[in-house]
Design a protein around this ligand. Structure first.
Ligand code: PEP
Length: 257
């Protein structure tokens, strides 16, 4: 982390977990046990149906609500889809875009990621753009090239002014939901390479001030070491965000120096 230049953001990704009733219990518990220190921003990316209850309960707290996906069109015949304007109207602040589960299970491409980024920015949302390599790509030694391509494509046409709304999440696919966390050095190396790509695209000032999270089996035990890396500015957390106690411990870790 480097709080001098950029925000530290701890974001939970609930995926397809928790009913609205369960979300209510979680939000009440999290809100009542938040630490006083406000050194990191907190986001909860919940299933669409949980958004109204989460927004209502977290309204006066410092926890922002996020979604996990959106459609790039403003409206139209897209059965089952949700637009950026619909999310913004519910007071959603962040939206995960290009999660590897969306890319792999729902065939999202780098080009649709780019369209979604533009739709989110237009509606005033903060995109959390996920990038990351799978096990084979890591073993082949193409991680940095792949990630550079994913970042460049996701950000095509995004203006320097809009970069202050963007969050990048480095999520190695081999670490997601597997319990195989990247080592702090691996996470730090790729996050630093991402900052290098941003520097080439937008210059040093914007690269320095962009939040780059790590995601992939981050938990209460490994969070402090991962966050100690200069270029790891927070976490995108799946499993460990489903329990308010473990999520709070990660928030505590992000509040430390
Ligand atoms: C994720 O889905 O973004 C994620 C990082 O999951 P987990 O923490 O469970 O690996």
């Amino acid at each position: 982390m480097n709080r001098k230049y950029r925000k530290t953001i701890i974001a939970g990704n609930w995926k397809m977990h928790k009913t609205p009733s369960e979300a209510k219990v979680f939000a009440e518990q999290l809100k009542s046990s938040l630490p006083r220190a406000k050194r990191c921003s907190i986001v909860l990316c919940v299933p669409y149906v949980d958004i109204p209850v989460a927004v209502k309960l977290l309204k006066d707290s410092r926890i922002a609500v996020g979604a996990q996906n959106l459609h790039w069109e403003e409206a139209g015949p897209f059965t089952g889809e949700i637009s950026a304007a619909m999310l913004a109207d519910l007071d959603v602040k962040y939206v995960i875009i290009g999660h590897s589960e969306r890319r792999n299970l729902f065939f999202e491409s780098d080009l649709t990621v780019n369209k979604k980024v533009h739709a989110a920015l237009k509606a005033g949302l903060h995109p959390i753009i996920c990038v990351g390599e799978d096990q084979d790509q890591r073993e082949l030694g193409v991680t940095l090239e792949l990630i550079a391509y994913q970042i460049k494509t996701a950000l095509a046409g995004v203006s320097p002014e809009d970069m202050r709304h963007i969050v990048i999440a480095y999520e190695p696919i081999w670490a997601i939901g597997t319990g195989n966390t990247a080592t702090p050095e691996q996470a730090g190396q790729v996050c630093s390479a991402i900052r290098g790509v941003l520097r080439k695209l937008y210059g040093a000032r914007i690269a320095r001030s962009t939040t780059i999270q790590y995601g992939g089996s981050m938990n209460e035990k490994n969070a402090a070491d991962l966050l100690a890396q200069e270029d790891v500015d927070g976490g995108l957390i799946g499993s460990a965000s489903l329990n308010p106690e473990t999520f709070l411990q990660i928030i505590q870790a992000a509040n430390q120096d």
